[in-house]
Design a protein around this ligand. Structure first.
Ligand SMILES: NC(=O)NCCC[C@H](N)C(=O)O
Length: 426
């Protein structure tokens, strides 16, 4: 098994899982885009070009790119994974027995790659092979022709949300929105059965309290920040705290309430890290964002204190005098526009090097003024799902921050002493 390890947001990125958008985006129509969590109907070919350029930019900086569809197809070559994932779509009570039988027959004929395509893009009414000898039954007869026998997963593009690595373990999440729930059944199967990942220990499972990867930030080795709002629940944060403390993957979790709105659906829509001591942050929330600090008691029980201002609590937990803050946009109007267009949602490839959407002109200029290099990518179509470079990537390997050993973790003051990178302000 290859070793995978992620203990920060900014350690040099080694390997990342992306999902190249495909036929599942072509399922979006004006009648289903809201429930499928897209704000517009993307031009699929252009979205693929934009995504290919994103992947090329990562490879150009030495990052290994794994595609989720390939991992899934390879996973489906394992008999147990195939039967488990097939059962998970067939179990839906929406199908009824006759339609379930027809669907099962059709899936049984597919090779692993074709089955992966169906699990991702779904199965439309028109695609089910029905004949007088092979009737679909009452449910199929009443199914609207625009409807799906198996729902598509257009948000698989946002690989960040269904799994997040913490140290050498992966948290396979429990997604809140019905349109996304099935995504983590695919990631779960990949981490359990794919030859590259088999043996990886899971620190969170689908089916537990709601938790989404976009809400989880690895602020420093041993320090997590978890947004609670539209997606991750306080119960999800509490469960994750217990599990990461028990596994000695972290010593502190900052739990950060965020507004339950689409614009701030995850913590990484308002705050991402761009250096070991610097965050890119939406100024309209910077002063009001608060955090409850949760630490592990010796008996394993999480102890809660606060709330305190987020930036103060984070700096304390990370053993820093303060966190440097780079604002999204320049003025409140530009900031609001660029936050909406995922200006905040940068993906760090290393300390002071990140990928951002080119359209967020002011935010990118602010980053550069603060000494952060920005690799700009197009996102006119990719952005229609409301996610940026961080949302579209699941890092599975980052270099540990130099000078900070792998867990069990040092105390915050030891970590501060070990920070390798001087801040841009010296
Ligand atoms: N971490 C993120 O902010 N991910 C973006 C998810 C966008 C997706 N359309 C959703 O609503 O869940």
């Amino acid at each position: 098994m290859v070793t995978h390890y992620v203990d920060s947001e900014v350690g040099v990125l080694g390997t990342v899982i992306l999902h190249r958008p495909g036929p599942e985006l072509a399922r979006l129509t004006p009648r289903n885009n809201d429930s499928l969590l897209f704000d517009a109907i993307p031009w699929v070919g252009r979205a693929q070009e934009e995504h290919d350029a994103f992947a090329a930019a990562l490879r150009g900086r030495g990052v290994e790119v794994l595609y989720l569809a390939d991992l899934l197809a390879e996973t489906l070559a394992v008999a147990d994974a195939r039967s488990h994932l097939t059962e998970q779509v067939l179990v839906s009570p929406r199908l009824g027995d006759a339609l379930r039988r027809r669907t099962a027959e059709q899936l049984a004929y597919l090779d692993p790659a074709a089955l992966a395509d169906v699990l991702i893009a779904g199965l439309a009414h028109e695609e089910l092979r029905i004949s007088p000898e092979r009737p679909g039954g009452l449910v199929y007869s009443l199914l609207d022709r625009h409807d799906f026998v198996i729902d598509p997963l257009p948000n698989l593009l946002f690989t960040r949300d269904s799994a997040v690595w913490v140290g050498d373990r992966v948290a396979v999440t429990s997604l809140a929105m019905p349109a996304r729930r099935r995504e983590s059944t695919l990631t779960d199967a990949i981490y359990r059965h794919h030859p590259r990942f088999v043996g990886t220990e899971l620190v969170y499972h689908p089916g537990l309290e709601h938790l989404e990867g976009g809400d989880v930030l690895l602020m420093a080795p041993g320090v997590l920040a978890v947004g609670v709002g539209e997606r991750t629940t306080p119960a999800g944060a509490e469960r994750l705290a217990r599990q990461v403390f028990a596994a000695d993957l972290a010593h502190t979790m900052l739990v950060v309430p965020i507004a339950q709105e689409r614009a701030t659906m995850h913590l990484d829509t308002v705050c991402t890290m761009v250096d070991v001591d610097a965050v890119l942050m939406y100024p309209n929330v910077a002063d009001t964002l608060a955090a409850y600090t949760v630490v592990a008691e010796p008996d394993g029980e999480p102890r809660v204190s606060g709330p305190a201002p987020f930036l103060r609590a984070a700096a304390d937990a990370m053993g820093l005098d303060r966190l440097r803050v780079i604002d999204t946009g320049l003025d409140p109007v530009t900031a609001e526009r660029e936050q909406w267009d995922d200006g905040n949602n940068t993906l760090a490839l290393a300390p002071r090097l990140c990928v951002g959407y080119e359209r967020n002109v002011e935010t990118n200029a602010q980053l550069e003024r603060a000494g952060i290099e920005v690799i700009r990518i197009a996102g006119s179509e990719l952005g229609s799902g409301r996610g940026g470079p961080r949302c579209m990537s699941c890092p599975v390997t980052r270099d540990p921050l130099p000078g900070v050993r792998k867990g069990p973790f040092l105390s915050p003051s030891d970590v501060q002493g070990a920070l390798p990178y001087p801040s841009a302000e010296g």
